[in-house]
Design a protein around this ligand. Structure first.
Ligand SMILES: Cc1cc2nc3c(=O)[nH]c(=O)nc-3n(C[C@H](O)[C@H](O)[C@H](O)COP(=O)(O)O)c2cc1C
Length: 335
């Protein structure tokens, strides 16, 4: 899989997720096997304010190439400025978000709302491609709703505007996150354009990744929710694709080590106050399915400091280890 000058080490990509795919999570997923990770979206108008959040999102220290930053907006000039700002701050690929269904975004006619306005899509894409020297990629849904699945039109516009890869989430905007993602539209797009196509939506296992690649003919798959608390999913898929065999699930001792290192990175990146809060959701994801985890999460969510949070996590995992040294993630322990 190649995007402009960047040859990815494989065709497994971490989906952009606001509030999730921050620098620590992107670095971790790449370390655990992902070929690329797209940043959380950066709103193009937020550049005006120079907020702490925007500055943090433009910090890529220690990140493995290629660094892909997603921008969102509906004003060609502002979107082009946002692209330039992010390239000046280390972005090696600019990704444009036309997939987000959130009301906050769609009400200003950005994100997936743009799919309704093909001429504006073209203007926006040309403005960004013309503003930066790095590859520009695009992420879309299959359309606005089931009666206007215009992904093929958008893909043609993207290709002719100089977009260098296209990610498609197999749902319409109207679907939100309900129902199952469908892959026929992605296959139809892949058959129409020559730029790399990335298939996204509901990929949760190595078998599903393989099925989606085969069914759509896409060049890569993009994975979001299934990687939350499971960054090793990328190495599991990569291994399965290479050998047809499953890697054993990670043992609790490894999950403990991965989580502890992840928490330390989050604390360093966000500081004491935000670090504690951002970490809570990750801890919940990592511990889901382990014995006693619901009670633990309730307790952990009350803890106000990074020190207490880290101590509670270590204690929880030590208890798991004491109860069953060979326990595998997700397995039930006999009482
Ligand atoms: C918490 C969360 C935040 C998301 N934020 C973004 C975003 O900032 N930009 C974007 O293009 N998509 C965003 N998405 C959509 C995902 O990138 C992806 O398209 C969607 O979750 C479907 O893939 P999945 O089934 O593998 O999760 C977000 C999804 C979730 C669950």
């Amino acid at each position: 899989m190649r995007i402009g000058p960047y040859q990815l080490k494989n065709n497994l990509i971490v989906a952009p997720m606001a509030g999730v795919t921050d620098r620590p999570f992107r670095i971790l997923c790449k370390k655990m096997g992902a070929g690329m990770a797209v940043s959380e979206m950066v709103a193009s108008n937020s550049l005006l304010y120079g907020s702490e959040k925007t500055m943090r999102r433009a910090n890529h220290e220690g990140e493995v190439d290629p660094i892909s930053v997603q921008i969102v907006g509906a004003d060609p000039k502002m979107l082009a400025e946002a692209a330039k700002y992010n390239v000046d701050n280390g972005a090696q690929i600019i990704d444009i978000n036309m997939g987000c269904p959130a009301k906050k975004i769609c009400n200003v006619m950005a994100g997936s709302a743009l799919l309704q306005n093909e001429p504006l899509v073209q203007t926006l894409l040309e403005a960004v491609v013309g503003a930066v020297d790095v590859p520009v990629t695009l992420k879309i849904r299959t359309g606005w709703d089931k009666s206007s699945r215009n992904a093929i039109n958008i893909a043609r516009i993207a290709e002719s505007s100089g977009i260098q890869a296209l990610a498609i989430h197999g749902r319409t905007r109207a679907c939100g996150y309900t129902g199952d993602a469908e892959y026929d539209t992605i296959a139809a797009v892949k058959a129409e354009v020559r730029i790399p196509v990335i298939a996204n939506g509901d990929i949760t296992t190595p078998e599903k990744a393989q099925y989606v690649l085969q069914h759509t003919g896409a060049d890569a798959v993009m994975i979001g929710r299934a990687a939350q608390g499971r960054p090793w999913l990328f190495r599991e898929i990569a291994h399965f694709m290479a050998t047809g065999q499953h890697l054993p699930a990670p043992q609790v001792a490894e999950i403990r080590a991965v989580l502890v290192a992840h928490l330390q990175d989050l604390y360093d990146f966000y500081g004491e106050y935000s670090g504690t809060r951002v970490a809570r959701k990750h801890i919940s994801w990592y511990t889901k399915g382990l014995p006693g985890s619901a009670q633990f999460r309730h307790h952990m969510n009350q803890l106000p400091s990074t020190e207490e949070q880290m101590a509670a996590v270590c204690e929880f995992f030590d208890l798991q280890l004491e109860r069953g040294e060979r326990l595998h993630y997700g397995e039930e322990l006999a009482a």
